[in-house]
Ligand binder design. Structure first.
Ligand code: ZN
Length: 436
């Protein structure tokens, strides 16, 4: 601590230094003595002089950002957590608004993905950044934090963004990466893969009041399955095997998916991938936590907790959100529509995952319809749910999702395994592994 305490003379010098950088109006509003006192407060708390000065300058409205020319560019792969004044040259792969709650208030922030010759990295911006998908940009005065052991890149309010030409990045930056489906994660950027179309569906959507046709479905190869979205008509048909070059990967609803836009090349392959060679992967629950979200997989485990919010609930007729006592968070007091669900935690000894059983699954598990459940008092319903599900071993097939709130499992099929449960699970697992 003593290291940071200064003589009065030194303190005065630093205060004068700060004062000299303020605009005329602020200079009149504050004396050197007051600046020195504020500075001293920081120093007493052990804040280094340099940092204390920066903080005070900011407080007085002085732009403390470093001119971009004064800093060297960092490659995305070399970024360290908790670094200020970060400078990058990168291509914008995606940028999307994201609605979050900050201290109970809804706020729209922006998230996206950047890439350079070293790799890809997500970013977060609190205000709409002046960038579009595909832009090559120099980003200066960004900063990094650490989140769940990973580097998180932020554009703060001092960020400076400058458009660049394509030759600002080496050519290999734009080469798609050859991958198999199990190697795909939300940070892989653009990819080259060969896969079979397991399903495809045409959808009409409205973007900026303009009608658009998109195609969604699933792809499979010998390592797994993944959803895709095509923003243009590539003539995709179910069961055909295609080679994709230049599709980009983006996380959507907690799961990576392959996006095909006008930059993607899609070619039909003569050599077909057999459906039987495409596995429905069987995962231990620690793998669900370690992976970025997986499409159509099996998991199993024991129900170790039935959570609050299970049973009869009311949903908002406008937005389908679960109502609280005071109504819908967005639509206020509304006449709720009843629904039935069970929120539970499934654990297999290696890890655990949260899952929500929908009305049909809940009715099946507890052996009563929603109307019959409405006749029960809450304690009776609670004890029926406990009796039917607590400590039982279950097998689920569906999607493992990984989002801001952690991992969860969206089960398309949910089955309680009866009698000799452990043994049955082992049997099912080995059966599944043989299939795979
Ligand atoms: Zn609502």
């Amino acid at each position: 601590m003593g290291v940071y305490l200064l003589t009065n003379e030194n303190l005065n010098q630093h205060a004068q230094d700060i004062l000299s950088r303020l605009d005329d109006q602020k200079k009149k509003a504050i004396s050197a003595q007051e600046v020195a006192e504020e500075l001293e407060k920081f120093l007493e708390y052990g804040v280094p002089v340099k940092q204390a000065k920066q903080t005070l300058l900011k407080k007085f409205g002085v732009n403390t950002s470093v001119p971009p020319d004064a800093v060297d560019r960092t490659l995305l792969a070399d970024l360290q957590p908790n670094t200020r004044n970060v400078k990058l040259v990168a291509q914008v792969i995606s940028v999307n608004p994201k609605d979050i709650m900050v201290k109970g208030q809804p706020k729209t922030i922006f998230t996206g993905l950047l890439r350079d010759e070293s790799g890809t990295l997500p970013f977060t911006a609190w205000d709409k950044p002046a960038i579009n998908e595909g832009d090559i940009v120099e980003i200066a005065n960004a900063y990094t934090r650490e989140w769940r052991g990973k580097v998180q890149l932020n554009f703060g309010n001092q960020v400076m963004i400058e458009q660049k030409e394509k030759d600002a990045l080496p050519k290999e930056t734009f080469e798609p990466k050859k991958v198999t489906i199990d190697e795909i994660n939300p940070l892989v950027g653009t990819v080259e893969i060969t896969a079979k179309i397991l399903s495809v569906e045409e959808k009409e959507i409205t973007v900026d009041e303009e009608k658009k046709t998109m195609y969604t479905g699933a792809l499979g190869d010998s390592t797994g399955k993944i959803p895709f979205t095509a923003w243009k008509d590539f003539g995709l048909s179910k069961d055909s095997t295609i080679h994709i070059k230049g599709g980009y990967v983006k996380s959507f609803r907690g799961m990576p998916q392959v996006n095909l836009d006008e930059n993607a090349e899609v070619k039909k392959q003569k050599k077909q991938i057999k459906e039987a060679d495409i596995p429905t992967r069987s995962l231990r629950l620690f793998e669900v936590d370690d992976n970025p979200g997986l499409f159509d997989v099996h998991v199993s485990g024991r129900v170790i907790e039935i959570q609050q919010g299970s049973g009869i609930i009311l949903r908002c007729p406008e937005c389908n959100q679960v109502l609280r006592e005071e109504g819908c968070r967005v639509h206020g007091k509304v006449d709720g529509i009843p629904d039935l669900r069970i929120k539970c935690v499934v654990d297999d000894g290696t890890g655990s995952v949260k899952t929500v059983l929908n009305k049909d699954q809940t009715e099946q598990v507890i052996g009563k319809t929603m109307d019959e459940c409405k006749q029960l008092n809450p304690e009776e319903l609670q004890s029926l749910m406990n009796k039917s599900l607590f400590a039982r071993v279950v097998i689920m097939q569906g999607n493992a999702l990984q989002d801001f709130y952690g991992s969860s499992f969206l089960a398309n099929s949910f089955e309680i395994v009866d009698e000799d449960v452990e043994e049955k699970v082992d049997q099912v697992r080995s059966a599944l592994e043989e299939l795979a």
